[in-house]
Design a protein around this ligand. Sequence first.
Ligand SMILES: [Zn+2]
Length: 200
Amino acid sequence: MTRHTSAPVCLPNMGYSTQVFRRRYIQSMKRLPLTPGQIAELISNVALFIEEQRQAHAPGSRALSDAERKQLAVHFSVDVLDGVCLARVKHLQNPPFYTELESMGFQNLPPFRRMAAVTFVDVIVAQDEFTSSLLLHELVHVVQYRELGLQRFAELYVRGFLETGEYLSIPLERVAYHLEGLFRLRPDLAIEVEKQATSF
Ligand SMILES: [Zn+2]
């Protein structure tokens, strides 16, 4: 996921600080710790949602433009650039399982309406313009999906969120933000994304 460009990328602009975010989460987890069965169900729901969204958005998507490819070619293999699809939507919608999680006491789920873009395997769905830094960040996720597979990606995303209590601390996101930061500083300097995408 990528945060809105008005806020730090992939980070939802929640309107309150990360510390408050973490405190609210930890409080909710103290009240309602998830059982291993509930965690497994959540991972399964996340993986299903990703695949459903991928299939829903793929038909209306497009390939990278020549200009976009030129900006990204030094950082990614031809396979990755050839395989990715881009789709624009007016609004990204929260997953259906958010309702149940919120009723269980989760108050810090990243709202999709505050995301610039979300990547579903190889389909990047954005409600913001596709800037080069947005694409770099989301393509890191594409590489992570390729290296880990959908199920493992979903598992690491959910476990990372549950263990840290905050979206930005999910290892998959930390790597994407780190590489995006390098790209913003020196977009011409080759980043070995495929070596670093799952180095956590
Ligand atoms: Zn992200």
